[in-house]
Design a protein around this ligand. Structure first.
Ligand code: ADP
Ligand code: ZN
Length: 227
């Protein structure tokens, strides 16, 4: 079988499902899903030297300084498991990071996931949880039997503060501002592919595979045969 590198960057607003798509594509293609947010949270959890350095930024939701993030990603991409490719999720997030990445790695494609704001807001703000037993529902896609009432314990369901429509809207605005220059950066280089992601993940994932195929990256045969 032809061994082909597949080095991807995933870009998309909060709530679009980018992490879910990245995990799925990672499994299908056998390349690691590298999320800088996950790396930082793990390092903080373990209270490593890096974890302590980035903790205050991450806790406040501020960007970690470019020098630190760039170093982390550069080291991560040198690991053995990145030899045949990778999916970067959450990086680059500034032009300085995009410039740096260009110097230490070749990128094959950048997938830019998008959907109308209303679709994202509906998806995110439909998420409700049971404060008593932790059960998770979605008012539209996985509704409890009675509205706002937990099937398991009968408690009144709540929304996480971050999932309130107004908060989601605000985060979408911040996202647009922050990522416009990066999207532009990759569009200019001819690497950007826009992927409409209004549908649920079970529809979007096959669509991504199709997009990759069309750009000369068919899934490895082992993955195809097991569905
Ligand atoms: P969020 O979408 O809430 O920012 P992420 O999981 O992408 O969630 O990132 C969590 C945090 O990690 C960010 O708020 C930021 O502090 C830090 N972080 C992740 N990626 C980067 C990056 N590329 N540049 C700077 N900081 C980053
Ligand atoms: Zn419950």
């Amino acid at each position: 079988m032809l061994v082909q590198n597949l080095r991807l960057v995933f870009i998309g607003p909060p709530g679009i499902g980018k992490g879910t798509y990245a995990s799925a594509i990672s499994r299908i293609y056998g390349i690691p899903h590298i999320s800088t947010g996950d790396i930082f949270r793990e390092e903080i959890e373990k209270q490593t030297e890096l974890g302590k350095k980035v903790e205050s930024y991450v806790k406040k939701g501020e960007l970690v300084p470019d020098e630190i993030v760039i170093e982390v990603v550069k080291n991560r991409l040198q690991k053995e498991d990145c030899k045949e490719g990778f999916i970067l999720d959450g990086f680059p997030r500034t032009i300085k990071q995009a410039d740096a990445l260009e110097k230490f790695a070749k990128i094959d494609l950048v997938l830019n996931f998008y959907a109308p704001d209303e679709v994202i807001i509906e998806r995110v703000s439909g998420r409700v949880v049971c404060p008593n037993c932790g059960a998770i529902y979605h008012l539209k896609f996985m509704p409890p039997k009675e509205p706002w009432k937990c099937d398991k314990c009968g408690s009144k369901l709540v929304r996480r503060p971050d999932d309130e429509p107004e908060v989601v809207k605000k985060r979408l605005e911040i996202y647009r501002k922050q990522f416009a220059p990066i999207i532009e950066f990759y569009r200019k280089r001819g690497l950007l592919v826009d992927v409409e992601a209004s549908e649920l993940a079970d529809k979007v994932v096959p669509k991504i595979v199709k997009v990759l195929e069309e750009h000369g990256f068919p899934p490895p045969r082992s993955a195809e045969s097991c569905g």
